[in-house]
Design a protein around this ligand. Structure first.
Ligand SMILES: C[S@@+](CC[C@H](N)C(=O)[O-])C[C@H]1O[C@@H](n2cnc3c(N)ncnc32)[C@H](O)[C@@H]1O
Length: 264
């Protein structure tokens, strides 16, 4: 199974077991409404221009739907997709409780077909940092481009490199020669790729992307680019980044560049 399933399968089992309603609630945040990208959305949405009074939105990695419900309450026509069936099950209940008409589906954004409904806006609320490898991230960006209307917006909130959790002490894997640094409590980071690895407690039979570092198994769990590298990656895939916040660099607004007329 691909690396990005593990923490999310376990996470939503915890959400259910603890009687919670959203991802953020198992990470110390109280309330369905307090999802992480909400301040960014509140700031940026009034600055965007839509020709349709009820624009269409796709949120991928929607989890149990706090962002999708927020957007639906603002008048957007919302579709939400997530990898984990349990997240979508809870999302449907949460939307129904609020009498919101949101269409949810279980779907891997890396496998979203190019043909299908086009959207005025596509939103990523802290999904992208868990999609680690270049080939998977390219698929995300290509799939978004295929489903965005020509004047559509692609809003991304994604974690970036956390300097305060970085440890300068290095660890060299004797087999491959790869050098890692300790990072964020129990993790390792490869500073050449900015890929973050979490230690596996169990045998990695199910996890095709597990790596062994000095005899201990790890699974890639994050891509924590520095803000300028994140922007460069997104621009290299063909988007224009028209906004990146100056504090953390983790909130971006991207658009598909419009071609000038040939006689311009
Ligand atoms: C950090 S959680 C955020 C969830 C939600 N956006 C929120 O704010 O509560 C990341 C979400 O992305 C989903 N996810 C991860 N990889 C995915 C993929 N390849 N396709 C679709 N969803 C994915 C996870 O299941 C999880 O719900």
């Amino acid at each position: 199974m691909k690396y990005y399933y593990r923490e999310h399968i376990l996470g939503y089992q915890k959400v259910k077991e603890e009687g919670k309603t959203a991802w953020a609630e198992i990470h110390g945040v109280d309330g369905f409404e307090n999802f992480e990208s909400r301040p960014f959305l509140e700031e940026i949405l009034p600055q965007l221009h839509f020709s349709d009074p009820r624009p269409t939105v796709l949120e991928y990695g929607c989890g149990t739907g706090p962002g999708a419900c927020f957007l639906s309450e603002k008048g957007f026509r919302v579709d939400g997709i997530d990898l984990i069936p349990l997240a979508i099950e809870i999302a449907r209940v949460q939307a129904k409780t609020r009498s919101l008409d949101i269409h949810y589906e279980v779907q891997d954004i890396c496998k979203l077909p190019h043909e299908g409904k086009k959207y005025d806006m596509i939103v990523d609320s802290y999904c992208l940092q868990g999609i680690v490898f270049a080939k998977d991230r390219e698929r995300v960006f290509q799939n978004v481009q295929s489903r965005l209307k020509p004047k559509g917006y692609y809003l991304i909130s994604t974690a970036t490199f956390d300097e305060s959790s970085f440890c300068r002490d290095k660890l060299k894997d004797t087999e491959t020669g790869t050098i890692y640094n300790a990072y964020q409590e129990d993790k390792l980071i490869d500073m050449k790729t900015f890929i973050v690895y979490r230690r596996l407690d169990e045998k990695p039979d199910d996890w095709e992307d597990a790596v062994k570092v000095n005899g201990i198994w790890y699974l890639p769990v994050r891509r924590h680019w520095k803000p300028a590298d994140l922007r460069a990656e997104i621009e290299a895939t063909g988007f224009d980044v028209i906004y990146q916040d100056k504090v953390s660099g983790e909130n971006l607004v991207c658009v598909i560049p419009t071609l000038p007329l040939s006689n311009d």
